[in-house]
Design a protein around this ligand. Structure first.
Ligand code: AMP
Length: 177
């Protein structure tokens, strides 16, 4: 069944919060999208539009808001859900990837057994900004031999050119600024 929700409707529901969490940041608040049953379901339809159930083995979601969309996408695609988490949160053995922030750096981690070699992966996050986070997550999936078929975002801040960190993969976003 085709989605009856448009990206424009999702865009209209995203709330811009100036100066959060610090001055100068225009925070894109997706909670109004999540709170609306039709928009949330429609967002999942749009994010998974290129894949049929059974054509993806693992939907990988990025800590923390990426989990919300990735978990729902996984059930829709009849795929497993795999979390990429901030360093220190995953209990089993992990591989880790550092990436640069505006000031300093951060590290994301993935369980070593989370992705089987050759697994067909959809990588999901809520928002693409500089691309450091999703680029590091993609690198972890690749290190375990996963085959990333697409990287999808609800929101992309185009002016930050985050796609430069995702050159090896098809990238799609629903709402751009
Ligand atoms: P980046 O690594 O710069 O692409 O940052 C992406 C991550 O930071 C995503 O997981 C987002 O949840 C979060 N993020 C960055 N900028 C914003 C923003 N303006 N509004 C909401 N979330 C943001």
């Amino acid at each position: 069944m085709p989605s009856t929700v448009t990206a424009a409707e999702i865009a209209a529901a995203i709330r811009n919060v100036p100066d959060f969490p610090k001055p100068g940041i225009q925070f894109k608040d997706i909670t109004p999208v999540l709170a609306d049953a039709r928009l949330f379901a429609g967002a999942i339809e749009l994010l998974t539009a290129n894949f049929k159930p059974g054509s993806i083995d693992a939907v990988v979601g990025i800590d923390a808001r990426g989990f919300i969309f990735a978990a729902a996408a996984a059930t829709k695609l009849k795929a497993g859900f795999v979390p990429v988490r901030k360093k220190g949160k995953l209990p089993f053995t992990t591989i880790e990837q550092d990436y640069a922030l505006e000031y300093g750096h951060a590290t994301v981690a993935l369980h070593t057994d989370a992705i089987k070699p050759g697994a067909r992966v959809l990588l999901v996050d809520d928002l693409l900004a500089t691309g450091g986070t999703s680029g590091a997550a993609a690198s972890l999936v690749k290190q375990l031999g996963g085959n990333i078929l697409e990287v999808v975002f609800l929101i992309e801040l185009k002016f930050l050119d985050g796609r430069k960190h995702l050159n090896d993969f098809p990238v799609r976003s629903l709402v751009t600024y």
